[in-house]
Design a protein around this ligand. Structure first.
Ligand code: KG4
Ligand code: ZN
Length: 361
């Protein structure tokens, strides 16, 4: 069964063809990131306009790269929320028109659940095609081996850490997912982005902080995350403000040319990152303990962080846990995870009508 996935929840326009829920035949992403950089974050109006311009080409490219015809598609699966309203509407409207035109079923699904599903995709020989806003092919990388996707069994705890969410789930099946905890304020990726902005590093902040932190010493200064009323909730806005005050107090000059950052800035990045990772690990392990499972699944943009991976793998070894991360290319927003989850839910009897609407919750 060939499923076309469409994902437009934030600044990316993505389309993918996945066969039988696991095999990625194409994975095309067009990002309008460059347009947002000067504003230090995603501007919703710009994102949806760019998506409107690129969606036809992106879907076209995904079908061609999968070496199938449009008429071979058996299901159209699309993100219906949470995300930016205008952006989601572009994806949903396009998905509806294809579903109607081809006479195939339509299925709208939750963005965070599809981030969890990224762990079930086969990653052998995936070709990720990145299209610029001008739709020029930027990168073709037919690599990536691993994945434990075959061995992941229910139930498990899932930590989804992205630009908009930080949520712990207990996953019993593809359609049986309970929330165990969530952020009370900033999302984890959002905190990375804001701290990067405070340090004058640019956007998106996660990869920039990660790079800087590699040459910093996290032990030279100490930041901490605020406690939360509920043990499995998160709070990242306090640590972001602590970094802001520290930077002001020590008159740390931001925006140095690449590679010329002072040791103090590197130490701030390292200490911030280490503290956030400590919190993510502590709460995830607690959730596994509460739910009596030794399977922990990670997903979302922040899951691409190498330090988080290293630390979790070493904790897992000590505690006898099995940790699952998606391939780094499938941590960021993509449509393969949407197509894959769509297949699984359709097999269980789920379908949407043409009245499918965005769901911001
Ligand atoms: O899942 P995603 O692509 O989009 C949302 O659904 O939000 O996540 C984007 C977020 C951004 O906040 C970005 O700074 C963060 O993921 N991110 C990272 C890394 N790569 C991306 N955060 C920490 N370390 C990284 N290497
Ligand atoms: Zn996402």
């Amino acid at each position: 069964m060939y499923v076309l996935g469409i994902e437009t929840s934030c600044d990316e326009t993505a389309a993918s063809i996945v066969k039988d829920g696991r095999r990625i035949l194409s994975n095309v992403v067009s990002s309008s990131l460059k347009e947002h950089k000067k504003y230090g974050g995603v501007v919703p109006e710009i994102a949806s306009r760019m998506q409107l311009e690129s969606i036809t080409k992106v879907v076209d490219c995904a079908v061609k790269e999968a070496k199938i015809k449009l008429k071979n598609i058996n299901l159209v699966s699309v993100t219906c929320g949470p995300g930016l309203a205008g952006s989601l509407l572009v994806g949903i409207s396009f998905a509806k028109s294809i579903s109607l035109g081809l006479g195939v079923p339509l299925l709208g699904l939750n963005h965070l659940y599809s981030h969890i599903y990224a762990n079930f995709l086969w990653c052998r020989k995936v070709k990720n095609t990145f299209l610029t806003t001008e739709n020029r092919t930027l990168e073709l990388s037919p690599k990536a081996i691993f994945l434990n996707a075959e061995h992941l069994a229910f139930p498990f705890v899932a930590l989804i850490v992205s630009g908009g969410h930080t949520t712990l789930f207990y996953v019993r099946d593809f359609d049986k997912i309970d929330v165990l905890g969530a952020t009370c304020d900033d999302a984890c990726g959002e905190a990375f982005d804001k701290v990067a902005k405070i340090l004058g590093l640019g956007y998106p902040g996660g990869p920039l902080i990660e790079r800087l932190a590699r040459r910093g010493n996290s032990k030279n200064l100490k930041f901490s995350c605020s406690n939360t009323k509920e043990l499995l909730d998160f709070s990242f806005s306090g640590i972001k403000t602590a970094v802001l005050y520290y930077v002001k107090k020590h008159s740390i000059a931001p925006a140095l040319p690449a590679g010329r950052h002072s040791q103090l800035v590197r130490d701030v990045a390292a200490s911030f990152q280490e503290t956030v990772i400590d919190t993510l690990i502590k709460k995830s392990l607690l959730a596994c303990k509460f739910k009596k499972t030794n399977r922990l699944v990670i997903g979302g943009g922040v899951a691409a962080n190498t330090r988080l991976r290293e630390r979790l793998y070493s904790e897992a070894e000590k505690k006898g846990l099995n940790i699952y991360f998606p391939h780094p290319k499938l941590c960021m927003d993509n449509a393969a995870m949407v197509a894959g989850l769509g297949y699984q839910l359709f097999k269980k009897g789920y379908k949407s009508g043409l009245d499918l609407n965005i769901d911001l919750n």
